[in-house]
Design a protein around this ligand. Structure first.
Ligand code: KIV
Length: 296
């Protein structure tokens, strides 16, 4: 046992927890978060040391063919969250509460956030909204469920916000966001996503609260960053907002591989002997009639 760390002896201790995430802000360590919706992606993210995996309602736009996150259901997110949980990650797993799954009442929120942990295997939930969700966050945290807040552009409210627009562009609207962030912290949230706001606004929020801020389209001063996995891998040619850096062109990789496969099938090059199984010579002879099968 000598020389082995506690984390080696007790693998559960190596896992990222909400406590560790909060400590990262006080230690000045940047937090890395990405979305995932399936087991192999979650395994890769965990192996790469990603701190938090968000099973976002962005699964609707990324994988389910919806134009917004509004049609995504609680069952959809739970289904994908359970797949991510089966990856047995070191990363902290957060289940995103979809449209209308938590705003009806505190009871509704408690029941549905509970399902996200019990059925989805999440270790925390994310709840979108400002002052309107503070009481709900407080009730959920009181029930022992860690909550990540989400302010700025909240995609579940695009109709009310008038589209995917940068929020907090004026000093007054930035101050409103700072106040929302303080109330969400006071309600007990362990971290806060800030989406699509000017760098200055995100900096003011980050400096005003003690819980870590995780930015997307919110500049470099947040305590951590999040991107949607399939956006940063370059799956979508036509989705290129200013804040998105594409780290790969996975669409090209998939397209090249599929074209090559189709060509080889059509040319009779695939499969060849190395991809095929053989009968024993005697059986092959019997099959093709060179010797008669033994009669009983
Ligand atoms: O659903 C999602 O992926 C999100 C992130 C963009 C923060 O909410």
């Amino acid at each position: 046992m000598l020389g082995r760390s506690l984390a080696d002896r007790y693998p559960a201790m190596a896992r990222v927890t909400t406590y560790k995430i909060r400590r990262m802000k006080s230690k000045g360590k940047k937090i890395v978060m990405l979305t995932a919706y399936d087991t192999p992606s979650a395994q890769i993210l965990s192996e790469c040391g990603v701190d938090m995996i968000l099973v976002g309602d962005s699964v609707g736009n990324s994988l389910l063919g919806y134009e917004s996150t509004i049609p995504v259901t609680l069952d959809d997110v739970i289904h994908h969250c359970a797949a991510v949980a089966r990856a047995k990650t070191k990363s902290l797993i957060i289940g995103d509460m979809p449209f209308m799954s938590y705003k009806v009442s505190a009871e509704q929120a408690l029941q549905n956030c509970g399902r996200m942990l019990q059925e989805g295997g999440a270790e925390a939930v994310k709840i979108e909204g400002g002052g309107n969700v503070v009481d709900i966050i407080s009730a959920v945290v009181d029930a022992g469920i860690p909550v990540m807040g989400h302010i700025g552009l909240t995609p579940q409210s695009i109709y009310e916000l008038g589209g995917y627009r940068v929020q907090g562009r004026t000093a007054d609207s930035a101050e409103v966001l700072v106040e929302q962030a303080k109330r969400i912290e006071a309600a007990g949230a362990f971290s806060l996503v800030i989406e699509l706001v000017p760098t200055e606004t995100a900096k003011a929020i980050t400096e005003a609260i003690n819980i870590p801020t995780i930015g997307i389209g919110a500049g470099p001063h947040c305590d951590g960053q999040v991107l949607v996995l399939w956006d940063m891998l370059g799956l979508f040619e036509d989705f290129a907002p200013k804040f998105l850096k594409k780290y790969a062109n996975i669409r090209q990789v998939i397209s090249d591989a599929v074209k090559q496969y189709a060509k080889e099938v059509r040319d009779g090059e695939f499969p060849n002997d190395s991809h095929s199984f053989e009968m024993a010579e005697e059986e092959s002879g019997r099959l093709y009639g060179r010797s008669k099968p033994n009669e009983p």
